[in-house]
Design a protein around this ligand. Structure first.
Ligand code: THG
Length: 252
């Protein structure tokens, strides 16, 4: 499992405060703890800094890689200026989180992707917005894979996010995303699937338990990357256990 540590996200109050105060020690502590817990990428989102999002993206990436030179960042932004700033600051190959099938954004991003050669997360969203139909989201994933491979991005560098919605609002939301992951893996071997799965439990009690069980179900459909809190020991134990049960731990 490729673990993307989610904690350095400006939608979390302690992170907004740390960014506003330029509290390097707080950001570095979040980075170090997630990296040591086994993250392969550290997600960085500075969107709440609004007009200063690109500048903060640069600051955080340089800060983290200055302290942990082998670390890699998932640049979590919908703002092309912040994405470009992130690419310029980053050493090694970052993960772009994310692109989608919206024409305008793609036209702008494809040349930048070709230049910087990041690995890429593709969301199953289009110009028409988000659909709850599995077939349509699957088709958007397939479209992204075709477009990226046409632009010389290797399948091993493509991560498709089927999107996760609360089962409390739509009873079939869990099944829909599992179905999309499963079909993508079957039809495009070598392509990765990824999700931020905590949305599944929104509005329900025992959210952590629900997230852990959904992780196990998703891994059964081939999910091989996830945006999670690597400091959540039970979630990490769920991943280790499911990896073994799926026959992927040689030492069992
Ligand atoms: N797909 C992709 N990228 C994503 C998401 C996704 N990036 C953002 C998000 N979803 C994943 N990241 C986070 C980061 C922090 C939290 C949840 C998801 C988080 N949540 C707390 C909770 O759920 O209880 C509440 C916030 C807080 O701690 O204040 O921390 O789906 N490609």
């Amino acid at each position: 499992m490729i673990i993307i540590g989610e904690r350095i996200n400006s939608t979390r109050k302690p992170i907004t405060a740390a960014l506003q105060d330029r509290d390097a020690a707080h950001i570095l502590s979040e980075a170090r703890r997630q990296w040591d817990a086994g993250a392969s990428y550290l997600d960085v989102n500075t969107a709440m800094m609004r007009a200063d999002e690109p500048e903060f993206m640069t600051w955080v990436i340089e800060l983290i890689q200055g302290e942990i030179p082998e670390s890699l960042i998932a640049i979590d932004s919908a703002n092309p200026a912040a994405v470009e700033a992130g690419f310029k600051a980053h050493k090694g190959r970052p993960l772009l989180n994310s692109i989608n099938c919206e024409r305008d954004r793609m036209d702008h991003l494809v040349p930048i992707i070709r230049e910087h050669k990041p690995r890429v997360i593709g969301l199953t969203i289009s110009d028409e917005g988000i659909t709850q139909e599995a077939d349509k989201r699957y088709a958007l994933g397939a479209e992204l894979i075709e477009l990226l491979t046409k632009n010389e991005i290797d399948v091993d560098d493509i991560f498709i996010d089927p999107l996760i919605f609360p089962v409390s609002a739509e009873l079939q939301a869990g099944n829909v995303s599992l179905n999309i992951m499963g079909r993508l893996k079957e039809n495009y071997p070598g392509v990765h699937t990824v999700c931020g799965l905590s949305n599944i439990s929104f509005g329900l009690p025992e959210r952590k338990l629900i997230n852990q069980i959904y992780m196990a179900l998703a891994m059964g459909r081939g999910l091989d990357a996830a945006i999670i809190d690597p400091l959540d020991r039970r979630m990490m134990a769920t991943i280790t256990t499911a990896t073994t049960l799926l026959g992927k731990d040689k030492a069992c």
